[in-house]
Ligand binder design. Structure first.
Ligand SMILES: NC(=O)c1ccc[n+]([C@@H]2O[C@H](COP(=O)([O-])OP(=O)(O)OC[C@H]3O[C@@H](n4cnc5c(N)ncnc54)[C@H](OP(=O)(O)O)[C@@H]3O)[C@@H](O)[C@H]2O)c1
Length: 96
């Protein structure tokens, strides 16, 4: 199903993104694009997956930036959306 397909993982540097990337690579996709905000996480992931550097592309972007997201989705066959903030206590409105 994923063989030779182009895959975008939005939020691909997170816990699930790592596991999903590892899994999808077994299916020999054409490329996996990893889209997220923090360059340091992308840098670390590029090292952790250095054996698969031909298959991975890293794109800096924020899921709230529609134009950037549309660009990241160009020619893509499958999109996995994992971008989130998952630590609920940090999501409340802060009062300073
Ligand atoms: N981990 C679990 O065991 C588990 C279990 C069940 C369900 N889930 C759900 O699965 C989803 C992913 O979980 P996770 O554990 O992989 O989360 P995570 O480790 O916190 O990863 C979140 C990913 O989203 C990116 N991200 C966050 N805000 C973004 C934004 N505005 N634009 C672009 N990228 C953004 C983060 O990178 P940057 O911060 O660099 O942008 C990171 O790559 C969540 O909805 C979570 O609730 C997780």
């Amino acid at each position: 199903m994923y063989e030779n397909k182009k895959i975008l993982i939005v939020g691909g540097t997170g816990t699930i993104g790592y596991a999903l990337t590892r899994l999808l690579l077994q299916y020999e996709p054409a490329v996996i694009r990893i889209f997220s905000r923090d360059e340091y996480k992308q840098f670390n992931m590029s090292i952790d997956f250095s054996k698969h550097s031909q298959k991975l592309r890293f794109l800096i972007g924020d899921v709230r930036d529609q134009q950037r997201l549309i660009r990241a989705m160009e020619d893509i066959d499958f999109v996995f959306h994992l971008a989130s903030m998952k630590h609920v206590p940090f999501l409340r409105v802060q009062s300073f």
